[in-house]
Design a protein around this ligand. Structure first.
Ligand SMILES: Cc1cc2nc3c(=O)[nH]c(=O)nc-3n(C[C@H](O)[C@H](O)[C@H](O)COP(=O)(O)OP(=O)(O)OC[C@H]3O[C@@H](n4cnc5c(N)ncnc54)[C@H](O)[C@@H]3O)c2cc1C
Length: 543
């Protein structure tokens, strides 16, 4: 068997890269994935998410930490495993990020990665259920469903947000992001519509695309400064697979740097300490780990308005049958139907916090889910300053790398979080919630002063599962990959997943990861980039 390209990891980026490269019948493409096929009901059914990510076979089950600013706690860090990657277990919320994020990429020296350059790729990748226009795509592989938001809880969220002084935005992924919105989701025909469904499954019939699941990549074969292939374990057998053009790393923001370091690429002192022969000293590989840290508030409400009433055991069975029958009803929802992007200070150029809302108090039991009346609010910082690091714990590719986020290491993140806490409380202290008798139950009235809030954060801060930046793209000497995703200093090796984001974006990151993979697929194929867009965007603080 001969291959031109080997793509490592069948997550968001890997499915897109393998699908786009194999569009050209002359390219022989091999996609390798450590996990299985993931064709399970709990993956296909949007409401199955909480079951999916508690299923060990679908999740790497990583932990971060000890986190020095959080009392040395370890944070649960779910990561998808198997076809679809983390998008087989994620919450399916679709947010592109704020145009300012990509303008920051451009300001950092990436002249071809400004908003005008990225927007055509965001459009190319999607079919937006709300219709195509200069911001939205109409015929791409990813189906994006506009929010349905049909419940008094969601109406209260929108009107309460307006009462708190925020603008309602009908499409927060178009001209204006800032404000309150109905969520959009990767759902089509009532199914989870991941990159696996949109890109990979339709490409499987191509004779030039080979996909191996349950194939564990242990490292990259590098000879004379060129990537020649990968070492894998499959069916209990270790073997080497070679390729004639490129190895494209799409194993995610933790496993891509891990595999590169295991292959001798990374900070020289770190590799030396583990007796890994050095192939290339890349000082910042594994550094610059970003994430969206966040806190949770829960509220009780009058039970008569509770969404949990619709999720008793009998109702759950009925909802499951309805979904099996015609893919409609609550089981076709991801339960994130409204949200907000807000600024906590008026001098900011773009939102610095995101609020996500679930119309339930949900308890995960390890395998199942319990739903109680009330609602849960998830607030995160969209562009935190603190940075973490991925390093190896050992030379064993099966051992989880060390992940330390360092959340709250920068004082400005604490200040922003204190403002975020107060802004979130004010958001839910509006007349729109009186009818539902909404009352904060956790953390509750004992947390009032800045010191109380900071202590609450250190005890409770968690992750929104958005790691990125461990193989940063850039033009300076510190960049790990160049603007075309090429690993600087090794021939035939690229990175095309969440690891390359030059800085994280304001919003759940998978849409940006998909956009980056789309754009890099053109670079790999040597195609002319799509022409820049002229579409305008909202500027909160005029330049
Ligand atoms: C619980 C959860 C909820 C989330 N919710 C959202 C959301 O609502 N909206 C959103 O936009 N984003 C969300 N995200 C984030 C989003 O899913 C990720 O940012 C995105 O999937 C990253 O894409 P990727 O291609 O970089 O990596 P992944 O999608 O994680 O894919 C990496 C793939 O590489 C494989 N791999 C790793 N190591 C090896 C190896 N050694 N050999 C072979 N294969 C390997 C993995 O098994 C995996 O399939 C969520 C993530 C999680 C975990």
């Amino acid at each position: 068997m001969r291959f031109d390209y080997i793509v490592v990891g069948a997550g968001v980026a890997g499915c897109i890269i393998a699908s786009r490269l194999s569009e050209d019948p002359a390219n022989r493409v091999l996609l390798l994935e450590a996990g299985g096929k993931n064709d399970r009901l709990i993956v296909r059914m949007p409401a199955g998410t909480a079951y999916a990510y508690q299923t060990r076979a679908l999740n790497w089950g990583y932990r971060s930490g000890p986190e020095p600013q959080l009392g040395n706690r370890e944070l649960d860090e779910k990561r998808g495993r198997g076809i679809g990657g983390s998008a087989a277990i994620n919450a399916m919320v679709f947010n592109r990020g704020n145009p300012n994020d990509f303008e920051d990429w451009k300001r950092s020296g990436l002249s071809e990665w400004g908003y005008a350059n990225c927007l055509p790729y965001f459009r190319r990748m999607e079919t937006f259920g709300g219709g195509a226009n200069e911001w939205r795509g109409g015929d791409g592989p990813l189906r994006i469903r506009p929010g349905q938001a049909d419940h008094i809880l969601y109406d209260s969220f929108i009107s309460g947000g307006e009462q708190a002084g925020h603008t309602y935005v009908s499409d927060h992924n178009a001209f204006r992001q800032e404000g309150v919105h109905r969520e959009q989701a990767y759902i089509g025909n009532g199914l989870r519509w991941s990159a696996a469904r949109g890109y990979l499954i339709p490409a499987l019939e191509r004779p030039n695309l080979t996909v191996w699941t349950d194939c564990y990549v242990n490292g990259i074969v590098i000879e004379n400064g060129t990537a020649r292939g990968v070492n894998v374990t499959r069916g209990g057998e270790d073997r080497q697979i070679t390729c004639e053009r490129e190895v494209v790393m799409c194993a995610g923001a933790f496993n891509t740097p891990q595999l590169l370091m295991l292959s001798g690429i990374g900070p020289a002192d770190h590799l030396k300490a583990l007796d890994i022969p050095l192939k290339l000293h890349v000082p910042r590989l594994g550094k610059d780990l970003e994430n969206h840290p966040g806190f949770v508030l829960t509220y009780s409400i009058d039970e008569r308005y509770s969404l949990a009433r619709e999720l008793g055991l009998v109702n759950r069975a009925a909802l499951g049958l309805q979904w099996l029958w015609n893919k409609t009803g609550l089981a076709a929802s991801n339960f994130y139907e409204v949200g907000a992007f807000l600024r906590t200070r008026s001098d900011l150029a773009a939102p610095n916090i995101q609020i996500e809302f679930m119309g339930l108090i949900r308890t995960l039991t390890g395998r199942g889910v319990k739903a109680a009346p009330g609602f849960t609010v998830y607030t995160c910082l969209t562009r935190p300053r603190s940075r973490g690091e991925v390093t190896l714990r050992s030379r064993d590719p099966r051992q989880q790398p060390s992940l330390v986020f360092n959340h709250l290491a920068e004082r400005s993140d604490i200040t922003d979080f204190i403002e975020a806490f107060r802004t979130t409380r004010a958001f839910f202290a509006q007349p729109a919630w009186e009818k539902l008798n909404a009352r904060e139950i956790d953390p509750g009235p004992t947390v009032q002063t800045d010191a109380d809030i900071e202590a609450f954060l250190r005890r409770n801060l968690g992750t929104h599962y958005h790691p990125s930046g461990t193989c940063k793209m850039g033009t300076g000497s510190e960049a790990v990959v160049d603007p075309a995703g090429r690993l600087r200093g090794i021939e035939g090796l690229r990175v095309a997943d969440a690891s390359v984001l030059p800085n994280t974006v304001c919003g759940n990151i998978s849409a940006s990861v998909a956009m980056v993979a789309e754009k890099l697929s053109d670079a790999i194929r040597g195609r002319t980039p799509l022409p820049p867009s002229n579409a305008d965007y909202y500027r909160a603080v005029p330049a």
